[in-house]
Ligand binder design. Sequence first.
Ligand code: NAD
Length: 331
Amino acid sequence: MKSILVTGGAGFIGTNFVYFMASKGYSLRVLDKLTYAGGKDNLEPLMAAGKVDFVVGDICDAGIVKKSLSGIDAVVHFAAESHNTRSETDPGLFYNTNVDGTRVMLEESFTAGVKKFIHISTDEVYGSIVDGYFAENDKKLGDSQATSAYSKSKSQADDLAIEFGRSYPVIVLRPTNNFGPWQYPEKALPRWITNILSGSKIPLWGEGLQVRDWLFAPITSQCIEFLLQKGEAGNAYNVAANHNPEITNRKAAEWICELLGVSSDEWIEFIPDPRPNHDFRYALNVDKISQLGFKPAVDPFNQFRDTVEWYKSNTAWWKKRKEEAESIYKQ
Ligand SMILES: NC(=O)c1ccc[n+]([C@@H]2O[C@H](COP(=O)([O-])OP(=O)(O)OC[C@H]3O[C@@H](n4cnc5c(N)ncnc54)[C@H](O)[C@@H]3O)[C@@H](O)[C@H]2O)c1
């Protein structure tokens, strides 16, 4: 498994993964369409050092996918439209990329004879849970548990990957919400950090009591490498931090204020929830991946600190993305 094709490698988790794998000496090719969420600039140092081969292209285009698969041992498939809020105004794009693009990737990969295919799914395929934790078998076929066009499209893509996994070496990974460097500032944590860095308050939806099980993207990268080596084909795995106590959005916003040295009373503004039906709590059971031997390092406050420091040190990176990211909340 030395030669890896990474789809969506110029996006947030993909970029973290490519840096992690490059540091381990893997041979890497990225296939990315470079949508608003993809940044070739993320990977320039690695490309300049000859550590990554970059192909600009669409995963829905079987011709470019076929060419990208030449000489590849394994595929890690991140490419997707990933933002819930955007999926409300353009669901067709989400179905094309996330469902049909995944179908093309699966079909072409096994025609080309790849030895392992890791499909990056999400905890959102299970929907929200009031108490307790979803285990892998709690995902039913179909998209009825998912609640947005984004999560429904990811649920159908997950089903496709599971279906291919009956005949081919496919592994499905369902991570919880990720955070860390290179996350586009439309998403909650980088939006809040960059708001404060540019003098605006954190707009906290509702009472801020929603629960997300924040997983640091470098840990997700370790998990994927672990599955490339030890994951059993035909299986789905959850991965989560399982924070104890759980981290509400309000707590996350307060930590960001603390790390940036501002008063949370003054810098958090509670606003009516613009997506009032959005999922309240995600929580995953991780027994299956733990038993296989993967246990994530859970140190949320320090991982939040590293993330805040990254945005403080990479002002040019987020400033050129901030205006576009904010524009979707003004529609
Ligand atoms: N961010 C999270 O918290 C999280 C949590 C669980 C699962 N996931 C999943 O992980 C994956 C990566 O998420 P992310 O947050 O890094 O997303 P992202 O939006 O930051 O990056 C997506 C990347 O895919 C590329 N892309 C989009 N459409 C494409 C197409 N048609 N062809 C080729 N490339 C295309 C974009 O240019 C971008 O580089 C997604 O599949 C997402 O569903 C994300």
